[in-house]
Design a protein. Structure first.
Length: 425
RNA sequence: GGAGAGAUGGCAGAGUUGGUUUAAUGUACCUGAUUCGAAAUCAGGCGUACCUUCGCGGGUACCGGGGGUUCGAAUCCCUCUCUCUCCGCCA
């Protein structure tokens, strides 16, 4: 949620930002509506506060009169208060509904893109921030896609997943399962080495948490919900991990807060099935190691680049061909101010697969969840939040299997040997 | 799942026969005095949000969440959530 203060003071920049997200001149008018609604809110607030103040004053007088035994006079004042109460009730209801309307408007406005974010409407207009310069791995014409390799080497089984749960829930087995665990362990170790605190969070969160990171209200359909207990299965570790600091005021000396977590991620992906979603390309449950940072506003973009370098290092260690995209305004997520996507080259499918998304949210999340820090002078300010996948497993596995297939078997990158215990599948 | 107790400011902890309590007090923290410096001591300060003011300041709300009674609620009533103790079940 954008800050009202920023909209008020920096309106043109916000409007320009929304235009970069391809908002029409018509849509952008909501900014003016928001400001108008806020004026309305403030006027009402003032009136309400003044009325309550008067009421409090009279109540105190009544107390004093009662103490002195002047019952008659007290009764007169009571009548006055009764009138004020009617007015208060009206004002309270109106202020509440104005606030609700204002919040709804604010919820509907996406984050303002950073000035370095390119214009554009579609994924095709994303800027390649770093391309793959070397040749792709040489595979024979009859190279197998990962779902065929999985069958050949008995690594994971989709049909079995259907029997247990439904489509999109693969069952990993044998070396396939071991490879998953190896990757998780490797990613976590690298994150801890980079200074992130390891977190093992709950996989279900309450409504408040889902709201704070912005999954609610707009991404509700993406999450699995346990109605009985009113809990949601997490679509990413970002939700529980970022909520660890929800509502906190962090002393400046404790910044940045850096956390990492491995969790399975559950996504309904309703209506998202089509031609390009075979195998591990899109599943309902996948594993991911996530990085979360809370940063001082002056340092957040430096931190973003640092996270990108961290992911880059992982890709290099896994010896996978990849490229980095700087997302254009139109392709960026609702909450993000700037996002880099990592794509891995899937040799047999001959296409790029998204494996990581690293974003800076500025104060968009922290405003909603009231995540702040106290600076050296004691002043309180909203912190910046960032997160990124480092990395998402399923598609990494897909690329790894496809790119590394040889007539003798599938080779495992050297860096994983100590985790897998085998060098070849 | 059953029975009981409880939830107050960073922490501890009063207040629960409704009314100068504007939430006492301790502790932590900050500033100053004292000191060569420190400890100890003394003095002052010390929540969050919103509104208002050029500023000093002023106002409103918040004692787990929500609702109610009342001129007035931390205090009374309803409801939800959570915590603790005991019992049951259990990885």
């Amino acid at each position: 949620m954008l800050q009202l203060k920023v909209i008020r003071e920096d309106k043109q920049r916000i409007i320009n930002g929304l235009r970069k997200r391809n908002w029409t001149a018509q849509q952008v008018k909501i900014i003016d509506d928001i400001l108008k609604k806020d004026d309305e809110r403030r006027a009402n607030q003032k009136e309400l506060d003044d009325t309550l103040a008067e009421q409090n004053r009279l109540a105190k007088q009544i107390g004093a009169l009662m103490g002195q035994g002047k019952k008659e006079e007290a009764e007169t004042l009571k009548i006055q208060v009764a009138e004020l109460k009617t007015l208060t009730k009206t004002l309270e209801e109106r202020t509440g509904s104005i606030q609700q309307q204002l919040d709804n408007m604010l919820y509907s406005v996406p984050n303002c893109p950073h000035k370095s974010v390119p214009k554009g409407k579609t994924p095709e207009e994303n800027k390649v921030a770093k391309d793959w310069k070397k040749p792709f791995p040489a595979l024979p014409e009859d190279a197998l896609p990962h779902w065929e390799l999985a069958k050949k080497y008995n690594l994971f089984d989709f049909e079995l997943g259907v029997k247990l749960t439904g489509s999109g829930f693969p069952v990993y087995r044998g070396k396939g399962a071991r490879l998953q665990r190896a990757l998780i362990q490797f990613f976590l170790d690298e994150a801890v080495k980079a200074g992130y605190e390891e977190i093992l969070p709950p996989l279900l969160v309450n409504e408040e948490s889902a709201r704070a990171t912005g999954q609610l209200p707009d991404k509700e359909a993406q999450m699995y919900k346990c109605d009985e207990d009113n809990l949601y299965l997490i679509p990413t570790a970002e939700v529980p991990v970022t909520n660890i600091v929800r509502g906190d005021i962090i002393p400046i000396k404790d910044l940045p807060v850096t956390m990492t977590a491995y969790t399975p991620c559950f996504r309904r992906e309703a209506g998202a099935w089509g031609a390009h979603v075979r195998g591990l390309n899109r599943v309902h449950q996948f594993d991911k190691v996530e990085l979360v940072r809370v940063e001082h506003p002056d340092n957040s973009y430096k931190a973003l680049e640092g996270m990108v370098r961290h992911v880059e290092k992982l890709m290099n260690k896994l010896e996978l061909p990849f490229r980095i995209l700087l997302l254009c305004g139109g392709d960026m997520g609702f909450n993000s101010a700037k996002t880099y996507d990592f794509e891995v080259w899937s040799g047999a499918q001959k296409r790029w697969l998204e494996v990581s998304s690293v974003s800076c949210f500025e104060t968009f999340q922290s405003n909603r969840m009231k995540l702040r820090f106290r600076d050296a002078e004691g002043k309180i300010e909203l912190a910046h939040t960032l997160n990124g996948s480092a990395l998402a497993l399923a598609r990494i596995v897909a690329a790894l299997l496809e790119n590394n297939q040889t007539p003798e078997g599938i080779t495992i990158p050297k860096v994983l040997h100590r985790y897998t215990g085998f060098k070849m599948i």
